[in-house]
Design a protein around this ligand. Structure first.
Ligand code: ATP
Ligand code: MG
Length: 677
């Protein structure tokens, strides 16, 4: 325990060693060691003999979860693999799978333990489908993304419209998405669609992000035994970045919490609340004591991350927000030259010349021996990465994009996951089969695919079984024809059309027993080895390599497979590919790279040298957010970005931006003045 406490200051020690029954809230500014204290506290319980299975830690990203597990393991010298550490979504997915036998009981008959998780794009596509089927026509008043946003707003607020509708007809008070005023028609459509969308998901054995949480709430509320089991299992509960919890997540915490029994600790900073647009409620941290009566509040006031030039500017910026809890924040970083390097500010002609200047700076730093891994480039929206990527590539600077959305949205990544689902879960893989049946092309045209799927639906069997029957039937027919032809002396057989399908089924049939053999069986293939064999033998890897940007695509696939190491298929199902997730290491692992990410994705991280580009009047604050009345949230976002920097901060903006076919002149952001620049 001493070794654990030794690097900490007195306040942090107080946090780690607090053993009172009351829930603990640590509220403190960026860089004061909240995450560090939380992790040390997890380790301290394990050192004291708390069984790791009793620990539940909710973090913001899978990466943060992994880091926390590693750190807890190192600090406590105990294997920590049995702790439940993850995002709300991944923990909920695991709970629902574990208790899949209860799903029919809570009105979810049809969902099985092997359900898929629908990402946002797939969900919007499904909403489109449902709109069409319910007779709505998409137009400027009713758009699928808006309807999905309304469904999300309800669920983020913890409102189950289905239950609300069942309980009373008064379901009209449900909130609209924060900051946007959808049309009356869109709200009506969303109300109609709530049920239809869910049924469509269940039919596909799928759950979207919003319902992962809603269904878990339902499970815990309806099944007292499950609730009791969770409450008695997770006696130690930790939440990082609590300022970004939404109401449904708060309800979940309340269901897991037993007064005087659960040791609950949450840490956060109201000044870094940046997910209001996703339904997070800043009041959840400001009124923590109301939600968890008797809570103990502890403050940390020393910043260990940034030099004081950066810290002072950030403090000036955030002081412009009216709604925040006042906090003391002291710099502790001694620097040889006193306060540290001044913040650099530059303006450029266009985003392209701005990107070129950033790339040139990093490239010359690299030439004088600086590791590119020290740099991060942050921006407001994903699209801004494009000129940066081009400039870095041109300058020969290695970089990686963080933020999983882009990675897991890539076609090749989706293909690989679809292949694996077909192999491991052939009973509910229609969508996956559709996706890869003819990828790479193997002569399975849309008509044949349609026939197979229809047959599967008619006979209530998996599409693979249907495909197998199809192939066998056709081959029988071909054999008969052949015989007849031999007897009659003419005619072609046409059986070749099915050769591709048969080859695919054969590969799957051969690999399946090896992939599903019990652990310890000599012939067993790990998930990673299975994926490799599958992609090799189906010809997928060769084919993808021949496509445009093939080398990059192959690297992405290899990178994905590398992340399977040590995982089982079930783990994979539970890895919720949330946005702000894994870095894309673009293949050559181990190599240090510049990190590129949005301001949102940078939360909780730190880098010695940070660039924030696009610090202009059109981009930061983001014009749309200002229109929607979220200026303070934009200021918090800028604050989050500035506070990622340890030693050096470079801000820049273009004086001109492309917009709607033309160009707009831009000025420096209002936040520059507030930073004192
Ligand atoms: P954020 O709000 O940005 O998530 P945080 O409060 O979680 O920040 P941490 O990431 O835990 O802050 O810590 C910031 C940095 O300060 C880390 O590099 C951490 O190792 C370091 N640090 C924390 N406490 C101490 C300490 N007592 N002595 C020296 N360094 C410390
Ligand atoms: Mg943190």
């Amino acid at each position: 325990m001493d070794a654990l406490l030794q690097p900490l200051n007195d306040r942090q020690k107080g946090v780690v060693t607090y053993r009172g029954e009351a829930p603990l809230l640590v509220i403190a500014a960026a860089g004061t060691g909240k995450t560090q204290s939380l992790t040390s506290r997890v380790a301290s319980f394990i050192v004291e003999g708390v069984d790791p299975t009793r620990i539940l830690a909710l973090t913001f990203t899978n990466k943060a979860a992994r880091e926390m597990r590693d750190r807890a393991e190192r600090l406590s010298h105990t294997p920590a693999d049995r702790m439940s550490i993850g995002t709300y979504h991944s923990v909920c997915a695991r709970l629902l799978r574990t208790h899949a036998d209860k799903l029919p009981q809570i009105g979810l008959a049809g969902l099985t333990a092997g359900f898929h998780i629908l990402d946002n794009n797939a969900s919007v596509r499904l909403v489109k489908d449902c709109l069409y089927r319910t007779g709505y026509r998409e137009n400027s008043h009713v758009r699928a993304p808006d309807v999905y946003a309304i469904l999300n707003a309800w669920r983020n607020a913890g409102i189950d419209m289905e239950e609300a509708a069942a309980a009373s007809a008064a379901s009209t008070s449900a909130p609209a998405p924060p900051g946007c005023t959808p049309s009356r028609l869109a709200v009506d459509a969303a109300r109609t669609l709530y049920r239809v969308f869910r049924q469509a998901c269940i039919q596909r054995n799928a759950i979207d992000f919003g319902d992962l949480i809603m269904y878990t709430l339902r499970l815990l509320r309806s099944c007292a035994d499950v609730r009791a089991a969770c409450q008695s299992r997770w006696t130690h509960v930790f939440v990082d970045e609590f300022q970004d919890t939404n109401d449904s997540q708060l309800q979940l915490l309340k269901l897991l919490y037993v007064p005087a029994k659960t040791r609950l600790m949450v840490v956060g900073d109201d000044c870094q609340a940046i997910h209001g647009w996703r339904g997070a409620v800043i009041g959840n941290i400001l009124q923590f004591e109301r939600h968890f009566p008797g809570a103990q509040v502890m403050l940390l006031e020393d910043n260990y991350r940034s030099v004081s030039t950066i810290l002072d500017a950030a403090n000036r910026l955030i002081a412009c927000n009216a709604h925040q809890r006042k906090k003391v924040l002291r710099a502790t970083r001694p620097t040889a030259d006193g306060a540290g390097a001044p913040i650099q500010l530059e303006s450029h002609e266009t985003p392209e010349s701005e990107a070129a200047a950033v790339a040139a700076h990093i490239s010359s730093a690299m030439q004088s021996g600086v590791d590119p891994g020290q740099f991060a480039i942050l921006y407001r929206i994903n699209a801004q990465s494009q000129p940066l990527e081009e400039a870095l590539r041109a300058a020969g600077v290695p970089y990686c994009l963080r933020g999983a959305m882009s990675f897991y949205q890539r076609a090749e990544v989706k293909d690989v996951l679809a292949y694996l689902r077909i192999l491991y879960a052939p009973h509910d893989c229609d969508a996956d089969f559709k996706r890869v049946a003819n990828t790479p092309p193997r002569g399975i045209g849309p008509k044949l695919l349609q026939d197979v799927l229809e047959r599967a639906a008619k006979r209530n069997e998996s599409c693979l079984a249907a495909a197998q029957t199809f192939v066998t039937a056709v081959e029988d027919q071909v054999a008969r024809k052949k015989k007849a032809a031999e007897a009659g002396g003419a005619g072609s057989t046409g059986g070749r059309r099915f050769a591709g399908m048969r080859a695919l089924l054969e590969v799957l049939g051969e690999l399946r027993p090896q992939a599903q053999a019990p652990v310890g069986d000599g012939g067993r293939l790990t998930l990673a080895a299975t994926a490799e064999a599958l992609l090799e033998r189906t010809g997928y890897l060769r084919w993808i390599g021949e496509q445009q940007d093939g080398a990059d695509k192959v690297l992405n696939v290899q990178q994905l497979i590398a992340t399977f190491e040590g995982l089982e298929y079930d783990d994979l199902l539970n890895r919720v590919f949330d946005d702000e997730d894994e870095p894309i290491a673009d293949g050559s692992s181990g190599m240090k790279r510049v990190s590129l990410m949005t301001l949102h994705a940078s939360k909780g991280l730190e880098f010695p040298r940070v660039f924030i580009v696009g610090f202009d009047s059109a981009m930061l604050p983001f014009h749309k957010s200002v229109q929607e009345g979220r200026l303070e949230e934009e200021r918090r976002l800028a604050y989050v970005g500035v506070m990622r920097a340890r030693d050096e901060l470079h801000l820049s903006y273009p004086r001109r931006r492309a917009a709607y076919g033309g160009a707009v002149q831009t000025d420096g952001s209002m936040f520059l003045r507030e930073l004192g620049l």
